[in-house]
Design a protein around this ligand. Structure first.
Ligand code: NAP
Length: 288
């Protein structure tokens, strides 16, 4: 059974994941580009590595939870030469279908196993160990990663044997998540613009077939104007572009997703990029 795990990237998601891996009794090493974000994990029992190659050299499993494909490739190009050839790389950052193929190729060049393992759930499920892991990778690697998936999530769906199998389902699920956030912002912003208390909208759908727990959660944040990040607007811009590209590859109309991408981008341009994606409401209706 796997005992040593290294987590590269201790942002909103990676920090909670690393904490749960340590709580599960695994020997955890963490590394982050800005080491200040990794240091608090020492309290949870993780070893905080300042040096990337040392961080991965004795890992049986390496988990990447970085912003995008370029960030993951840049970090892993440096880290992989120091990794054990028996190591398995669990790639959980959302990098898209093309990005996953590129990273799987990098793993192959270095002779390490690769599991495409994006996750569903935001900061709180990452902290609670209740993510859903959408995995794509060869069955021979499942035993090596099972302790990691059990520690970070409450559910693992093995979608298929190939890299990209996990990511295609992840992008389908994120298309729904981001559409719900965009549609909620549209309704809340429209209500404000028409001098209707947006709380009346949440009350009107509450408890019936139109209701959605995520709309209640994000709608409440939009109305209060409180946007502590669980999933940043910058991430929403990245993911809507990745989803639209996957849609095009699958001959699916991508116009709605590009419209959402523009809406999230407008909120980033208005200065909300590091805030929660609920701040997209600021680009829907401006009070002035
Ligand atoms: P985050 O808090 O913004 O963390 C991003 C991480 O990437 C940080 O560790 C950051 O390091 C690192 N990074 C960015 N650019 C880098 C570069 N060029 N080189 C090295 N490191 C770099 O993001 P997050 O929410 O944890 O998301 C991480 C991944 O999980 C993303 O792919 C995201 O789409 C995905 N995801 C997020 C959620 C969510 O709800 N938040 C849910 C599912 C999946 P620094 O701290 O040094 O900047």
């Amino acid at each position: 059974m796997t005992k040593t795990v290294t987590v590269l990237g201790t942002g909103l998601m990676g920090a909670g994941m690393a904490r749960n891996l340590a709580d599960a009794g695994l020997d955890v090493t963490v590394w982050n580009r800005n080491a200040d974000k990794a240091r608090p994990l020492a309290e949870a029992g993780a070893t905080v590595a300042e040096d990337l190659t040392r961080a991965v050299s004795s890992a049986e499993v390496i988990v990447t939870m970085l912003f995008d494909a370029d960030a993951v490739a840049g970090v892993m190009e440096q880290a992989l030469p120091a990794a054990d050839s028996r190591a398995v790389w669990v790639q959980s950052s959302t990098v898209g279908v093309g990005g996953t193929a590129q990273l799987a190729e990098l793993a192959e060049q270095h002779g390490v196993g690769f599991v495409d393992a994006p996750v569903l759930g935001t900061k709180q499920p990452a902290e609670q160990g209740t993510l859903t892991v959408l995995a794509g990778g060869p069955s021979r690697l499942r035993d090596a990663v099972s302790a990691v998936f059990e520690a970070i999530g409450s559910n693992t769906i093995w979608v298929g044997e190939q890299p990209g199998d996990g990511h295609r389902l992840k992008l389908v699920a994120n298309s729904w998540v981001l559409s719900v956030v965009g549609a909620t912002a549209q309704a809340v912003g429209m209500a404000e613009g028409l001098d209707i208390d947006p709380r009346r909208f949440l009350e009107a759908i509450s408890g019936g077939p139109l209701d959605c727990a995520y709309t209640q959660l994000k709608g409440d944040a939009m109305i209060k104007g409180e946007f502590p990040a669980s999933f940043t607007l910058g991430g929403a811009v990245k993911d809507t572009a990745l989803i639209a590209e996957a849609m095009r590859a699958g001959n699916t109309d991508d116009r709605l997703m590009w419209a959402l991408n523009e809406q999230f981008q407008a909120a980033v341009d208005a200065g909300y990029g590091s805030e929660d994606m609920a701040a997209v409401v600021r680009a829907v209706h401006r009070s002035e």
